[in-house]
Design a protein around this ligand. Structure first.
Ligand code: LMR
Length: 394
């Protein structure tokens, strides 16, 4: 039977991780996979998580199963973190999932159960794994224009023109904040307009919220998601705790389905729990429990927020430094968009030949579509990157 299997294409982001590891150059720079790194290149365990872990080790008395939806307190805390009390809790169904990717996958699964004919409209570009999962599941996909590589911003007119082509019941997949891979985001006014159009065509918004707290702050980053959940009859939200709690390998995320009609909650909640049971049964608990503890304890929560805030402002400073260095070295303002972008990533907007030249000549690793992880930089490597960008003729 196994001889029937075909070789699968390697995930480009993960393959890049491996290539970086194998490069013997000491001054190489990793701007690939979306993992936060401090100025020394380490991905530290956040202080509040470490403290919660210690407390958990001392107090946890059982490893028995939780529930198919995970611990309900995790669900409540995450609902509040993401939705901030802006929607009635009676309208929100939620299940814990293995990471944000698990939530995305379960969300697609729920869509397929509810409406197998739905087309999923995705931004062009989007996180490559969205496309890979959708292809694997056999769901119809249609890209909508998003990134304007001339300006480094959003092609808003193109986006609107494309999303109004959706049919009733189609799904519009949106990045809640810190768009991956481009770093270009909609303004609040633009979000309002997108919501209006989604409602006009009768499509369902699905939000991937993987970087809450990395852009403009915890509440500001959740604002668009909250607006959508308040204004659309139904909203699907896949949120990740990997980045903002720094617990990548613990696989912690949540899938929420919001319906303005509380009468739908029983069946929706049951469907999400059923899908967990079919796919992996109980969701992992360790990371979810740490998140729940941090969000439930005033001191831990304050410490987590302040550490997250320094992560965010640190990345913002690096963005400004890079834009300034590039202005100086290139003698033009054409890289100014790097300071406007938010989150971990920016797409610099060059072809794969230049990305390869950066890797071959300068030991700088970014994803082939010219996405770079800003958190892979530090004050010393920013000038080196700026010099290399100008040197390869970007
Ligand atoms: C990324 O985009 O680099 C991250 O979300 C990590 C991943 O799983 O691809």
């Amino acid at each position: 039977m196994f001889e029937q299997l075909k070789e699968q294409p390697a995930d480009k982001i993960l393959a890049l991780m491996q290539a970086y590891k194998e490069d013997p150059r000491e001054d190489k720079i990793d701007l690939g996979v979306g993992v936060y790194k401090d100025a020394h290149g380490n991905t530290p365990i956040m202080r509040a998580i470490k403290a919660a872990e210690k407390q958990l080790w001392e107090t946890e008395e059982t490893k028995a199963y939780t529930g198919l939806a995970g611990d309900p307190v995790f669900g409540e805390r995450m609902r509040d973190l993401v939705l901030g009390g802006t929607v009635d809790e009676a309208t929100v169904s939620a299940v814990a999932t293995p990471g944000g990717t698990g939530a995305v996958r379960q969300g697609f699964d729920m869509i397929r159960m509810a409406n197998p004919d739905a087309t999923i409209h995705v931004s062009d570009p989007t996180w490559p794994n969205h496309l890979s999962i959708l292809k694997h599941m056999g769901l119809p996909v249609k890209p909508y224009r998003y990134f304007d590589s001339e300006t480094g911003g959003v092609d808003f007119a193109g986006m609107i023109t494309d999303i109004v082509q959706a049919r009733p019941g189609d799904v519009i997949l949106l990045h809640g904040c810190c768009h991956n891979p481009t770093g270009a985001n909609l303004s609040v006014i633009e979000w309002k307009h997108v919501i209006e159009k989604i409602n006009e065509v009768g499509a369902i918004p699905m939000i991937d919220l993987a970087y809450q707290g990395f852009g403009d702050g915890l509440d500001a980053d959740a604002e668009p998601t909250r607006m959508v959940a308040q204004s659309c009859p139904e909203t699907i939200i896949a949120a990740s705790c990997s980045k903002n709690f720094g617990i990548y390998r613990e696989r912690t995320g949540i899938l929420m389905a919001v319906s303005q009609d509380p009468g739908k909650k029983k069946v929706t909640q049951g469907t999400l729990a059923y899908l967990n049971r079919q796919n992996f049964s109980f969701p992992p608990d360790h990371g979810a429990r740490l998140v729940q503890m941090v969000l439930s304890d005033d001191d831990l929560r304050e410490d987590w927020q302040s550490e997250l805030e320094s992560v965010r402002t640190g990345m913002l400073e690096l963005r400004h430094q890079l834009a300034d260095e590039l202005r100086e070295r290139s003698g033009s303002d054409r890289f100014g968009f790097l300071a406007q972008h938010r989150g971990m990533f920016s797409r610099i907007g060059c072809g794969p030949d230049k990305v390869e030249a950066l890797r071959e000549k300068h030991g700088i690793y970014m994803v082939g579509d010219s996405r770079m992880n800003i958190a892979g930089l530090n004050r010393t490597t920013v000038p080196k990157l700026a010099e290399a960008i100008v040197d390869v003729g970007i």
